[in-house]
Design a protein around this ligand. Structure first.
Ligand SMILES: Nc1ncnc2c1ncn2[C@@H]1O[C@H](COP(=O)(O)OP(=O)(O)OP(=O)(O)O)[C@@H](O)[C@H]1O
Ligand SMILES: [Mg+2]
Length: 288
């Protein structure tokens, strides 16, 4: 579906979308005049293209004191894909691997071979979002999708090669390109050595903490397993300890680490009757 929609779009449409993309941090709905100016497309032509894109649900038009445009999730995703395509980073879009509330995941062929393209649908809801609102004012929700993708990409960049996560290849708009891991979610697997796996997970979480990252949404749904190993995925909510500014934010990060570990440990207790003292582990990690 995405590939078909992609093929239908022409140069003029991409240029007009460039105009929205470049200005979406400054305007919740980017005025047509600005889009025309920045995309080098005449205003009446830009308006025509925008109306077509709006009928196709790729952008949202809003008339206030002026006529303005913003992306929809689908429009932003196609535009982000195009940024990868025109840089020759993604050469072919493959099958949809999944779509849920928070993302749409495709496999694709990239410069590095088969890979995963994850389109972010929501903005993350950590304390940083609160700070963002204060710093940036009223943003269109699609800007938050972009920040969420950026946050995931940055966390993967900090962790990969030191912690078991997919290799991050690139970030454009709301899309993150990363290594494809051929493995199943933890909740779908019956482990033969649950205690060993849990101990390994705890060591990796400790390593992430030392590298300054708290996952923020750790669970049996965001860990992939195969006979060769385990991988942590899904980092849009990750907290970077280096960006923390106040004691209150640090306390929140510690609480999120506690929640992550407690969730996982209770999953292992319920599923495998593995007993581990969550509080003790959290205290140990906080000290390391
Ligand atoms: N690098 C990867 N390699 C293989 N499969 C992946 C990879 N990244 C994501 N997936 C698959 O896509 C699913 C969704 O990805 P992820 O957990 O990152 O997003 P999500 O925010 O949970 O999405 P949603 O809430 O919409 O399901 C994963 O459960 C996994 O099956
Ligand atoms: Mg997930």
């Amino acid at each position: 579906m995405l590939a078909e929609r992609f093929r239908k779009l022409r140069g003029l449409a991409w240029r007009v979308m460039d105009g929205i993309f470049e200005n979406m941090w400054d305007y919740k709905y980017v005025p047509i005049e600005i889009i025309a100016r920045d995309s080098g497309v005449e205003e009446h032509k830009a308006e025509k293209v925008l109306k077509t894109l709006s009928n196709e649900k790729l952008i949202e038009l809003k008339q206030t004191e002026y006529l303005g445009a913003a992306f929809t999730f689908l429009g932003l995703s196609l535009y982000s894909l195009n940024r990868f395509v025109r840089k020759n980073i993604v050469t072919m879009l493959g099958e949809k691997m999944g779509e849920g509330k928070e993302s749409m995941v495709y496999n694709c062929i990239s410069k590095w071979g088969e890979a995963v393209l994850k389109f972010h649908k929501v903005g993350y809801t950590s304390f940083k979002r609160v700070r963002e609102k204060r710093d940036y004012g009223d943003l269109h929700y699609t800007v938050l999708m972009i920040r969420s993708a950026k946050n995931e990409f940055n966390a993967l960049k900090k962790l990969h090669s030191k912690v078991s996560v997919p290799k991050p290849y690139g970030w454009e708009g709301n899309a993150v390109l990363m290594e494809l891991i051929d493995a199943k979610e933890l909740y779908k697997v019956r482990l033969e050595n649950p205690k060993e796996v849990l101990d390994y997970i705890i060591e990796e979480v400790r390593e992430m903490w030392k590298l300054g990252i708290v996952h923020g949404d750790l669970s049996q749904f965001n860990i992939l397993v195969n006979p060769e190993g385990i991988w942590f995925i899904d980092f849009p909510q990750a907290i970077d300890l280096n960006e923390i500014e106040t004691d209150e934010e640090l306390r929140m990060a510690e609480e999120i680490l506690r929640r992550d570990l407690t969730n996982l440990i209770s999953y292992f207790r319920k599923t495998y009757r593995v007993e581990v003292d969550a509080d003790r582990i959290v205290e140990e990690i906080l000290k390391s």
